[in-house]
Design a protein around this ligand. Sequence first.
Ligand code: SF4
Ligand SMILES: [Zn+2]
Length: 333
Amino acid sequence: MHTKTYQPDKPVAAWRSSDRMGDSVVPTLTIILRTRGCYLARSGNGCTMCGFIRDSATVPPKPADLIAQFRNAMTRRPDNRQFMVKIFTSGSFLDTGEVPPEVRSAILGELDCNSDVVKLVVETRPEFVTQEMIASCKQEFRKNFEIAIGVETSNDGIRLECINKGFLFNDFVRASEIAHRLDSGVKAYLLLKPPFLSEGVAIRDMVQSVRDVSKYAETVSINLCNVQKGTPLESLKKRGDYRPPWLWSAISVLRRTKEENPDLIITSDPVGAGSRHGPHNCGRCDRDAADAITRFSLTQDVGELSVECDCQELWQKIVELEDVSYGAPLLVS
Ligand code: SF4
Ligand SMILES: [Zn+2]
């Protein structure tokens, strides 16, 4: 369902921020290209929490439009300094149905020639990661190249049944092995609290997932599930059957996983924190909790995660009680 108007030669969004790269923090330009969108979402069989199709183009953009979108986004690059570029498409950058080969070549070539660009991250589903594809990307972009895959969880049951992702953990492993063989990095996106899980099960799923993906990815980013418009998740929330994760759950996951995997870069961008549709605590401590998560993501210092609020006790009770009462989730807003 498309309600917005858009210009085919302008990206959905492009913004500057900072990211962890190895032992340092570098400026980042994040670009969201408006392609025709994820093939699964287009077929009406997308993921339960994904509203990205609303950002995709109603008419498939021409190759020249996609290149113009990229160039337009690059005008927002950080000034006079080295930076990282992250490209998302609300689908898969490596799907030639979304990003034709000539567009991919043009983008990779321009980024390769730009001496300020130190690293490129592109998001894709694992089925588009082939030996030929990565070899071709590496030929055109000869610097630090990383693929980001929304594996969401290492649990196939949760990924297939709760998220409807349509691929297995083994598919992610295969893609990661190809990337590593061709000297490329791997970033795994995980999802804290997809629908149908209690708070405690969701926390344990993330701790186990980080353990499992740490063998196949250098960076892990934990997305805190938020409710997007027009999704099955939104219908569940309207019926009172879903509450986004507590920020305490995110803090607990980050603390536990970092302590278990000190060498792994573990980040989280608390998008929509504090709103009823996004991850939240009691309302009073949401800002502090979200800021702590952001600081931790840059510094990797668990000391940054020390936040206090009375609602932590309530959250703890919910985590304990939901496990014995599940089927009747405790939906404290
Ligand atoms: S989350 Fe990714 S794979 Fe799932 S429908 Fe959205 S764009 Fe497609
Ligand atoms: Zn609070």
